[in-house]
Design a protein around this ligand. Structure first.
Ligand code: ADP
Length: 630
């Protein structure tokens, strides 16, 4: 690290360089959002100082009124955003403005296509930030002094956004940060008083600090406060417009798109707190990263306490953004103390219910928005069914599936819809688990159900085996896997038919079983097949094949179990098998029937080479048989 006055030139981390390029290119048509981002950073800095000063009041010194100021100088083409907040030390400055700490950033940036519209949406998922300044500026200078450090320990950071930045120690008497933009030649509109005044109003009316404007050629030379400086969530609901709610969301989340919905509530009585919760329109790029930031912004009596307080919502609602402002929690509450706080359990369950209510309302009303919710967060909501037993019923109503009814892979059918369509005698909800939609709809296990017009849920998500396990039933109807041995279909007479079939075909079944004894648990006459000669099913206590494959892939030991082979005695291939006099050929045919049953459910063959050999032999036999007959 350089000593006091040393000026250093450093290169941006590769990701920063990519992000800079991308910002400038893809957000050009929304370039004014840089101001929102800078005001948002300034307000966060003021929030952080107020919080730190709770324990160390001396940090505020004689400059205790936290505020934000914007200065314009049209002649010099300059716009500055100045705060007297927490500021940054030299190390913090390098860390914060030279690198991006979020893991997964590199992979995220790879998804960029160069198409401005597409990329603008993606960048919203990442969070726009300080770097958006370079959309309008060809040089940015940051001067900052960390609260608690001496005048001489201030730092200047400067960059043209091309790949490098310089950093040097300076003298600065004020605490906090000045971000000075040197505007590009064609961006002088951002040095215009009228333009900036209206942007400040738009972007900062909901912030709890005064934002003032000072114009260089202003005769009075006095900054005037432009915003109302009342934190949005502290205002009565009826006085807040939709646009204000949307703006606040963007300020809060650095998102670029409007939220889909929000819920603003004040709880009074034994426990007092205000919450403002948002459902974003797109999942963040790191939704599946366990360490990704999540959670609400926590305030206590309007004093900012922490970002990403993840204790207020369960993990499966990690996509929700918002603020909670408590009157009861102690101001010195830490993450550890929060975890032990008895208030928290009640707050967490109330907030969870609020989010679920909001989703339920969307699900039953505005279907397009809910479609987006399901597309973006459906997989995560499924985790809820597994993890949150108290809200299982509420969550079950939110689930959406592809089924044999809609005939497409879109997950858009609810369980209520399914139950409504079920015939009067149907007391079960049938489902199939498969690797993908194609395997699911083509599965032989569906044939009989399809023939009888019984709807089946087509489950292809990784989490689905756990989902059906946890859900177990809905509306008094048991969830039933169509690929399990004891499949009960609505009409009762089936069982007798099957028993008759079993005894009639016993000899054949036993013969096949003796050939396949290493591969199958048993061989049975099937009631679920129509067009296919055979299928394999799992015993009722066995793991289903999806789960088995997943556990195998993750290297977990799993108990050995053999499937049950079911054959369709109406099928010509089975008649052919039964009439086969040649023992060797009977054996080959039986193995092939078994192999095909496995392939049809999406399983892999243990010995594909052997299958190919048998198949080739059989094809040659057919050929020579045909020649013989002539
Ligand atoms: P984000 O605000 O989403 O974290 P930014 O790129 O806008 O991302 O900012 C990076 C970091 O730089 C912030 O998290 C904050 O720590 C620091 N920072 C930015 N502006 C300021 C400021 N005005 N005062 C203090 N710290 C700041």
């Amino acid at each position: 690290m350089a000593n006091n006055s040393n000026r250093e030139t450093l290169g941006f981390q590769t990701e920063v360089r990519q992000l800079l390029k991308l910002m400038i290119h893809s957000l050009y048509s929304n370039k004014e959002i840089f101001l929102r981002e800078l005001i948002s950073n300034a307000s966060d800095a003021a929030d952080k100082l107020r919080f730190e000063s709770l324990a160390r009041p001396e940090l505020l010194g004689d400059d205790a009124d936290l505020s934000i100021r914007i200065e314009l100088d049209k002649d010099k083409r300059q716009l500055s955003v100045i705060d007297n907040g927490i500021g940054m030390s030299r190390d913090e400055l390098v860390d914060n403005l030279g690198t991006i700490a979020r893991s997964g950033t590199a992979e995220f940036l790879e998804k960029m296509t160069g198409d401005a519209k597409h990329d603008a949406q993606l960048i919203g998922q990442f969070g726009v930030g300080f770097y958006s300044s370079f959309i309008v500026a060809d040089k940015v200078t940051v001067e900052t002094r960390r609260a608690g450090l001496a005048d001489g320990e201030a730092v200047r950071w400067e960059s043209d956004g091309q790949g490098e930045y310089s950093i040097e120690n300076i003298e600065r008497s004020e605490r906090g940060t000045r971000v000075m933009l040197h505007l590009k030649e064609d961006q002088t509109e951002f040095a215009e008083q009228f333009r900036i005044e209206s942007l400040i109003r738009k972007y900062s009316d909901h912030i709890g600090f005064p934002v003032s404007l000072l114009v260089a050629d202003d005769k009075e030379q006095e900054a005037k406060v432009v915003n109302s400086a009342t934190a949005l969530w502290t205002r009565p609901r009826g006085e807040i417009s939709d646009d204000e709610y949307k703006e606040f969301f963007k300020y809060l989340s650095h998102d670029f798109a409007d939220p889909l919905a929000w819920s603003h509530n004040r709880v009074e009585g034994k426990r007092e707190y205000t919450s403002l919760l948002y459902i974003p329109a797109a999942a963040p790029f790191d939704l599946w990263n366990r360490d990704a930031p999540r959670g609400l912004k926590l305030y206590v009596q309007r004093v900012f306490i922490m970002d990403e307080a993840e204790q207020f919502l369960p993990l499966y609602l990690r996509f929700v953004k918002g603020v909670v402002d408590s009157s009861d929690l102690p101001l010195n509450v830490s993450r550890e103390l929060l975890q032990q706080n008895p208030e928290l359990v009640a707050m967490r369950s109330a907030l969870t219910r609020r989010v679920l209510d909001m989703l339920e309302k969307m699900a039953s009303g505005n279907t397009d928005d809910y479609k987006t919710v399901w597309q973006e967060f459906g997989q995560v909501l499924k985790e809820g069914v597994v993890e949150d037993h108290a809200n299982k019923d509420k969550l079950a109503k939110l689930l959406r599936f592809a089924t044999t009814h809609n005939g497409s892979d879109e997950q858009d059918q609810s369980l209520d819809g399914y139950v409504g369509r079920a015939g009067p005698g149907q007391d079960k909800i049938y489902y199939i688990l498969a690797e993908n939609y194609e395997t699911a709809t083509a599965s032989p296990h569906l044939e009989q159900l399809r023939k009888r017009g019984i709807e089946v849920l087509l489950l292809t998500d990784r989490i689905d085996p756990w989902l059906v396990d946890s859900l177990a039933e809905y509306d008094g109807k048991k969830l039933v896997d169509v690929a399990r041995s004891e499949l009960e279909l609505p009409e009762g007479e089936q069982k007798d038919e099957e028993d008759a079939d079993e005894s009639e075909h016993r000899a054949l079944l036993e013969k096949i079983k003796s050939v396949l004894s290493d591969r199958v648990e048993s061989v049975k006459v099937s009631r679920r097949l129509v067009d296919s000669p055979a299928c394999v099913v799992a015993g009722d206590n066995d793991l289903n094949p999806q789960l088995r494959r997943m556990l195998e892939a993750s290297g977990q030991p799993i108990p050995e179990s053999k499937p049950i082979l079911e054959i369709n005695v109406q099928h010509p291939l089975v008649s052919r098998l039964s009439a086969e006099p040649d023992e060797a050929r009977f054996g080959d045919l039986s193995h092939i029937v078994m192999d095909h049953a496995l392939l049809a459910e999406g399983s892999q063959l243990d010995n594909p080479a052997q299958y190919v050999q048998r198949m080739n032999k059989l094809l040659l036999d057919i050929d020579s048989g045909a020649t013989n007959e002539q």
